[in-house]
Design a protein around this ligand. Structure first.
Ligand code: IPE
Ligand code: IPE
Ligand code: MG
Length: 254
């Protein structure tokens, strides 16, 4: 069970991986893609890819803890994924509940605080129960925040935020002329900007993930399918991120 993070300090660990500890991303977002292809390559049912993918998530979360990365947000199930075959959806939901129940001790050991974003009310009751237990049990942890995007869609998030603001306006609590980017940000599922989005399995699309928060994120595509994605692959992505020049619309320095 343990797999608690080793004792080296985060800066030493980052340097050993060829990273500048001062320029690590504060918020990494991961599109965990390629589970189905991983299983298909082996002639197995897609489900087994999801099961092995859960192991990868465990490993990469521990690495973020080890590096001292503040936030890791992972795309675990999209709004569109509800349209997959019912058997696959049911398997994913059971796997999610199992993951939530089995991971809490490790999260406690590693100081990980769990969060969740998305239309959580659409999740089946047994997943909602496992989720609320895990959220409650890890709420006081002060280390890496692991956010699961579940039943998440960026367009849904924007629509839900607009509804909330419109309701405030209808109640006279906000003047429509005063609505600004800050109002919208505050009404989103999460207000935290993303520094880097990493997508596995060679795809270069955002698939409705964090459109607001990742507006100025660096986007990195890597080839391994999610169940094959290793700590070394992750560190390579972070090295690539550190090689990028972020300009935010300004003129490049020098
Ligand atoms: C990502 O892997 C996991 C989820 C979307 C839940 P996929 O299931 O999309 O795997 P591929 O892309 O079909 O290989
Ligand atoms: C995005 O992957 C959603 C998750 C990783 C949970 P998909 O496999 O669903 O995205 P598309 O269909 O390739 O765009
Ligand atoms: Mg996919």
């Amino acid at each position: 069970m343990a797999d608690a993070v080793a004792a080296t300090d985060p800066a030493t660990h980052a340097r050993a991986a060829g990273l500048d500890p001062a320029r690590l991303p504060r918020h990494v977002a991961l599109i965990m893609d390629g589970n189905g292809r991983w299983a298909k390559k082996r002639g197995w049912e897609r489900f087994l890819g999801h099961r092995h993918g859960a192991d990868t998530l465990r490993t990469i979360t521990s690495e973020c803890v080890h590096l001292g990365i503040a936030r890791l947000t992972v795309y675990a199930f999209s709004s569109e994924n509800w349209q997959r075959p019912a058997r696959e959806v049911a398997y994913l939901m059971d796997l999610l509940a199992e993951f939530l129940r089995s991971e809490v001790p490790r999260m406690q050991e590693n100081g990980v605080r769990l969060e969740a974003i998305g239309q959580l009310h659409r999740l089946p009751a047994h997943v909602r129960d496992a989720l609320s237990d895990a959220l409650r049990m890890t709420a006081a942890n002060t280390g890496t925040v692991l956010t699961l995007a579940l039943s998440y869609g960026g367009r849904d998030e924007l629509v839900d935020a607009c509804r909330a603001i419109a309701a405030q306006a209808a109640r006279g609590e906000i003047d429509p002329a005063a609505i600004d980017a800050g109002s919208l940000r505050a009404a989103l599922y999460t207000a935290h900007d993303v520094d880097v989005v990493i997508r596995t399995a060679g795809e270069s699309r955002v698939s409705n993930f964090l459109p607001w928060q990742a507006a100025y994120a660096e986007f990195i595509t890597c080839q391994p399918l999610w169940p094959d994605f290793t700590v070394a692959d992750f560190l390579r992505c972070l090295v690539e991120y550190q090689g990028r020049e972020r300009r935010f619309g300004l003129v490049a320095p020098g």
